[in-house]
Design a protein around this ligand. Structure first.
Ligand code: ATP
Length: 244
């Protein structure tokens, strides 16, 4: 795999019985890139993402993630990536501090490293007032921002975000995206699914899945030109209409 390519997928396919949920998708993602993975409900995004993070075995095709093969080395992939979604985030019944310590431990950080990271996080996110409070008592936006930082604790090469800002207010979403930009500028690749088309505009490149296939993949500007529309929302609608 070329040095600056961190995800390389070729004809990756997942079938559930006779049903093909992911149908021979092919794409590459570069180091530090913010890659938007879009599609209507049921298009196959989650199924594809599960294969890429090493928890869903593909039916056929090839994929390398962070330098490791999804068939041969799924455990190595898990160590080299971060993951967060709305469903898999922090423990509500632990404090912010305890969550950081817990996940730092899981990711194999030493006590000293965890301590350092925790201090850094408290400083950067302004967590002084809430670090000893239960995560369950925090507003969703805060939970998601802290959860994203926790997914980056072990400096993974790639972070996978599955609808990270679902249900979060626009200001907090904007702050969340500032954090995404920062991670990207530090060289972390960000692979993100979203249903918010304004967020699609923030990505370096966007792929749009329709019924298991990638029907479009390019920068937001090129996609708008290709489909002769002014927004990613219209690109998305045009693709969805084509299949009706
Ligand atoms: P959403 O935006 O709603 O999360 P998605 O694009 O992530 O949708 P998937 O969850 O990947 O879509 O589902 C793709 C298709 O595969 C759906 O039709 C779903 O019903 C089907 N599917 C997913 N998991 C299974 C499974 N374990 N067995 C059978 N079918 C499945």
């Amino acid at each position: 795999m070329e040095d600056n390519i961190v995800i390389k997928v070729e004809n990756l396919t997942k079938k559930f019985g006779d049903f093909t949920a992911v149908d021979a998708i092919t794409f590459e993602v570069k180091k530090g890139e913010i890659f938007g993975f879009l599609g209507a409900n049921g298009a196959g995004k989650t199924t594809a993402m599960k294969m890429l993070i090493g928890i869903g075995k593909p039916t056929s095709g090839k994929a390398q993630v962070a330098g490791f093969d999804v068939f041969k080395n799924p455990e190595d992939i898990k160590k080299n990536i971060g993951y967060m979604s709305q469903k898999f985030a922090l423990y509500d019944d632990l404090t912010v501090k305890e969550n950081i310590t817990f996940f730092g431990g899981i990711y194999g950080l030493s006590r000293k490293q965890i301590e350092e990271k925790r201090r850094q996080l408290v400083e950067e996110l302004g967590l002084q007032e809430i670090v000893d409070g239960l995560v369950g008592a925090l507003p969703l936006g805060w939970k998601q921002k802290i959860s994203f930082s926790v997914a980056l604790l072990h400096n993974p090469k790639i972070v996978f975000l599955d609808e990270p800002t679902g249900g979060v207010d626009p200001i907090t979403r904007r702050q969340f995206w500032e954090m995404i930009y920062k991670a990207s500028s530090n060289g972390t690749t960000v692979f993100v699914t979203t249903h918010y088309m304004d967020e699609a505009e923030y990505c370096d490149r966007v792929s749009i899945m329709v019924e298991g296939r990638i029907e479009a993949l390019d920068t937001p500007n090129k996609l708008k030109k290709q489909f002769k529309v002014n927004s990613m929302n219209d690109v998305f609608l045009k693709l969805a209409r084509n299949i009706e």
